[in-house]
Design a protein around this ligand. Structure first.
Ligand code: PMV
Length: 342
């Protein structure tokens, strides 16, 4: 390969898991398969400047401010991926990133962030190997590299519904990289969906996801949970192809609550939901009981609530309800609106 100075930019969306990844083995191998929706508007835009032949160092800027901690993380990450990108330590980097969504909103900026960095790296790799063809292999390798930065990031490299982790239910699935879920097996009602994130709490999380994954090692319910994730894949497959919205709601909410139940059953236990999270959940259940409309929730490893609902004619009643009943329960009236359309 022939390295040279380069300026590369890439954009990568975040994602929200329906079947959650929680628990991992060495080298970022997931303890169970997961599936997520890739978002559209919530993205990280990254430019990477590479100075060939200079001493290896990384400088990072987030929305114009230098972030030394992030730079240290990226340096470690680059050292870690050298076996797969032999040129990666042979220069200096200036990396500038901007998120299109609020910082510490609980939307996974590590997923979009590492996704964008992996895309930049694969662009450089293709230039240095004089291979300009955007191949499926390059996508897969970008997903592989993103995984080594943040597990869930590997799912952000593809649009729509994306699977990470070996499962008998999805042909070609792997623990090493994500694969898109077969589009032909998804009923149209699941292909045009809203995800509105209610910002219940905008501060730093009390327990990081790295620590949370680690606590699954000693969680007495872990094995049952990993098995359940596999079982839920089989259920979801039928739901997705038949268009069973009721089944979808039940499964997605169960997965969200299970993630948080695992946190409560950890030793030491921790709780990332807040009063507002529980209030929102109860209001959603009440709204559904009264109207029968498909408004439901999922949660990430944090207090914020992802409101999921299909983009269809009943939207007005749902959005009015969100506006009048749910948004007042947020910290500062914060909501981030995204849509999954594919
Ligand atoms: O990618 P990590 O290590 O930040 O883990 C994130 C795990 C969850 O967001 C809670 C679930 C998931 O599958 O995205």
């Amino acid at each position: 390969f022939q390295i040279s100075n380069q300026l590369i930019s890439a954009s990568c969306p975040s994602n929200i898991a329906l079947i959650k990844y929680w628990g991992k083995y060495k080298n970022q191998i997931p303890a169970n398969p997961s599936i997520s929706y890739t978002l559209n508007h919530c993205r990280t835009n990254t430019t990477m400047e590479f100075f060939a032949g200079e001493d290896f160092s990384v400088q990072t800027f987030l929305a114009g401010n230098e972030e030394k901690k992030f730079a240290e993380k990226i340096e470690k990450y680059f050292k870690n991926i050298e076996p797969y990108l032999p040129w990666v330590l042979k220069g200096k980097y200036i990396i500038k990133t901007k998120n299109t969504f609020p910082h510490s909103s609980g939307i996974a900026s590590s997923a979009s962030g590492f996704g964008a960095i992996a895309k930049c790296l694969m662009n450089l790799d293709e230039i240095f190997n004089s291979n300009n063809q955007q191949s499926e292999f390059a996508n897969q390798k970008a997903s592989f590299l993103a995984r080594l930065g943040s597990g869930s990031a590997c799912r952000s490299l593809y649009e729509g519904l994306v699977v990470w982790g070996k499962t008998a239910e999805v042909e070609g699935s792997s623990d090493l990289f994500a694969v898109p879920y077969n589009n032909d097996e998804i009923h149209p009602i699941f292909k045009n969906f809203n995800d509105w994130v209610l910002l219940i709490h905008e501060g730093q999380k009390s327990v990081s996801s790295t620590v949370g994954h680690g606590l699954m090692n000693t969680n007495p319910y872990a094995e049952r949970r990993f098995q359940e994730a596999h079982e839920n894949f089989a259920k979801l497959k039928t739901i997705l192809s038949s268009g069973d919205m009721e089944g979808f709601i039940k499964l997605v909410e169960h997965e969200a609550l299970t993630l948080h139940a695992m946190m409560m059953m950890s030793e030491p236990a921790f709780i990332l939901m807040q009063t507002g999270t529980l209030q929102v959940i109860n209001k959603i259940w009440e709204f559904r009981r009264i109207t029968g409309l498909a408004l439901f929730f999922t949660l990430d490893a944090g207090a914020n609530v992802h409101l999921l609902f299909p983009n269809d004619i009943d939207n007005d009643r749902i959005t009015d309800f969100i506006q009048t009943e749910l948004i007042p329960l947020t910290q500062k009236g914060g909501v981030v609106k995204d849509v999954m359309r594919f």
